[in-house]
Write a protein that binds this ligand. Structure first.
Ligand SMILES: Cc1ncc(COP(=O)(O)O)c(C=O)c1O
Length: 471
C-alpha cells in the first residue's frame, strides 16, 4: 500500500450533500449548506487519506518499526504538500500544524512576536478582523490601532492602503507587526495582501495574514506575496478533522524559537539544559501533532490544487449570481462596497425581518443552512450597521423591550458558498426568500423571540436522536 500521493481519484467529492432533514411544514428536504465560511462540508479526499493511513497509523519520530516509518513519511509529505499548496518556497518557509484552527496559530504568533521585539508596542490590525485575529494581539500591553477601511457605513470596503501607510509613519519605529485577513469572513471582500506586506516591510514591521477565508477560494502565492506568517484552519479547507496551520518564514522563526517545548522538538536534554533540533518543522512542533488530520488535510489540498481553476471559475459565477440576485430582491441590503470583488461570503439583511428570524425560517422550512448574528467580528459588523441601528424607530416599542428589540437588529444573515455550491443553490435560496416575503405574516406567528436575540419555532424541533445513533 502506498502512503505517498494518497489520492486514488482527483475528483472533488463532498460528504453530506445528500443529507435530508424534516422541515416544519412536514416535508423532508435535502439540506442546502450555505455556511461554508464557518465550516464547509468534508471532502472525500480527507476520508480517503485517513482510510489509507489508519491501518499503518503509529506515532511518528521513529525509524525503527514499519508503521512509524510510514506515518513519519506521511507527515513529512503533509508538511511539504501544504507548502506547495500556498506556493511557499521550501527553503524560505516552514509549515507547522497546531491546535484546532486559525485561533491557536494566531495566539502563537502574537506571543512569539511580542517575545521577539517587546520594545515595539504597536500592532496594527484591520478594522474587519475576526476576533481570532484581533483579541490575541490585545495582550502583552500592546497598543493596538485599527487600520481604517475604504468607504463608510454600509459601503465599507477593503483595507485603505494610504491609511495603513499613515499609521506606519505615525508610529514609525514602534510597529512590531500588522495583522490582517486576506478575505473578510463577513462580506467576502478581499484585501491587497502583497501591497500590505510591501508597506509593512518598508517600515520594519512584520505581517501576519489570516488566510482562513481565502485559502479555499483563491490561489495563495506566498512566493509572490512575501508575508511573514500565513495562517489558516484545516476545517475551512474541507478537512474538519485537521489541525490549524501556521506557515512561517524560517529566518523569523529562528529568532523566536522554542515557545512550545516538549518531546519531538529537541535533540539533547540534560537536567540542566536542552538543545532544539536544527531542522524545521520539528524544532517548532513539540509533542505529537494531529498526524491523521494533517495528512487528510494535505490530501485535500493536493486534490483541490489540481481542480483549482474549475473550482474558482465556478465559485466566481455562483458568488456573482448570488450578489446580483440578492440585490434584485426588494427590501434586501447587501453589506460592503458593491464595487469590490468578493469571494466566499456575502452578508445581508431584510428590512422587515430580523436576521435571527430569517435564518430560522430558512432552516426550519427550507433546510437551508445560513449563519446569522455578528460572525465573531463584532466591531466590523457594528460599523457596517451603525447607520441602520442609529435610525431605528423606537417610538412604538415599550421602554423595557427596547434593548431586546435593538439586539435582534444587531446582526446580519451570511450566505457563504463553497466548491460544491452551484447556481441552482442560489435559485433555491432566492425562491425561498421570495416565498418568505409573501408568507411572512403567517410564518412569523410560528416563532417566539428569545432573550438572546434568536427565534424559536413554537412546535417544530429537530429530533437529534434520529440523526445520530449515539445521542
Ligand atoms: C477570518 C477568520 N479568522 C479566524 C477564524 C477562526 O478560525 P478557527 O475557529 O478555526 O480558529 C475564522 C473562523 O470563522 C475566520 O473566518
Amino acid at each position: 500500500m502506498r502512503c505517498m500521493n494518497i489520492t486514488r481519484s482527483n475528483t472533488l467529492n463532498f460528504i453530506g450533500l445528500e443529507t435530508v432533514y424534516p422541515t416544519a411544514s412536514g416535508e423532508t428536504l435535502t439540506r442546502l449548506h450555505l455556511d461554508g465560511a464557518a465550516s464547509p462540508l468534508p471532502c472525500t479526499a480527507a476520508l480517503d487519506a485517513i482510510t489509507e493511513l489508519l491501518p499503518h497509523y503509529s506515532n511518528t519520530h521513529s525509524y525503527v518499526h514499519n508503521c512509524a516509518k510510514i506515518s513519519t513519511k506521511a507527515l513529512t509529505w503533509a508538511h511539504s504538500q501544504i507548502l506547495n499548496f500556498v506556493n511557499a518556497p521550501q527553503q524560505t518557509y516552514t509549515s507547522i500544524f497546531l491546535g484546532a484552527g486559525t485561533t491557536s496559530a494566531v495566539n502563537r504568533v502574537a506571543r512569539g512576536l511580542h517575545g521577539l521585539r517587546p520594545e515595539k508596542k504597536v500592532v496594527l490590525i484591520s478594522a474587519m478582523e475576526h476576533h481570532a485575529n484581533d483579541l490575541p494581539h490585545r495582550q502583552y500591553e500592546n497598543q493596538v490601532h485599527y487600520i481604517p477601511l475604504t468607504g463608510d457605513g454600509i459601503q465599507l470596503g477593503a483595507i485603505d492602503l494610504k491609511a495603513l501607510e499613515n499609521l506606519l509613519v505615525a508610529h514609525s519605529g514602534n510597529v512590531n507587526y500588522i495583522a490582517v485577513s486576506s478575505v473578510s469572513n463577513v462580506t467576502g471582500i478581499k484585501n491587497p495582501v502583497a501591497e500590505m506586506a510591501d508597506l509593512a516591510h518598508k517600515h520594519d514591521a512584520f505581517i501576519l495574514v489570516d488566510g482562513a477565508q481565502s485559502v479555499s477560494h483563491t490561489n495563495t502565492d506566498l512566493g509572490a506575496d512575501d508575508v511573514d506568517f500565513f495562517i489558516f484552519s484545516g476545517h475551512k479547507l474541507y478537512a474538519p478533522m485537521s489541525p490549524g496551520v501556521m506557515i512561517a518564514k524560517q529566518s523569523l522563526l529562528s529568532q523566536m524559537s522554542g515557545q512550545d517545548l516538549g518531546g519531538g522538538s529537541v535533540s539533547t536534554v540534560s537536567y540542566y539544559d536542552y538543545e532544539l533540533l536544527p531542522n524545521y518543522p520539528d524544532r517548532e512542533q513539540a509533542g505529537t501533532p494531529n498526524i491523521v488530520g494533517a495528512v487528510a488535510l494535505a490530501n485535500v489540498a493536493q486534490v483541490l490544487s489540481q481542480q483549482a481553476q474549475t473550482v474558482q471559475a465556478n465559485e466566481k459565477v455562483v458568488i456573482s449570481t448570488l450578489f446580483d440576485a440578492l440585490n434584485n430582491l426588494p427590501n434586501i441590503t447587501v453589506y460592503g462596497d458593491h464595487l469590490l470583488a468578493r469571494t466566499g461570503a456575502l452578508a445581508f439583511n431584510h428590512r422587515n425581518i430580523d436576521h435571527g428570524l430569517l435564518a430560522a425560517i430558512l432552516n426550519d422550512y427550507y433546510a437551508i443552512a445560513v449563519r446569522n448574528e455578528c460572525f465573531c467580528a463584532h466591531p466590523y459588523v457594528s460599523s457596517l450597521l451603525k447607520q441602520e441601528l442609529w435610525e431605528l424607530d423606537l417610538s412604538d416599542i415599550p421602554e423595557e423591550e427596547q434593548e431586546g428589540y435593538i439586539n435582534r437588529k444587531r446582526g446580519m444573515v451570511r450566505v457563504s458558498i463553497s466548491a460544491y455550491n452551484t447556481n441552482a443553490d442560489v435559485e433555491r435560496l432566492i425562491k425561498a426568500l421570495n416565498e418568505i416575503e409573501i408568507n411572512m405574516k403567517e410564518l412569523e406567528q410560528n416563532y417566539q423571540p428569545q432573550a438572546d436575540g434568536s427565534y424559536a419555532h413554537i412546535n417544530f424541533r429537530l429530533d437529534w436522536s434520529k440523526e445520530l445513533s449515539f445521542l
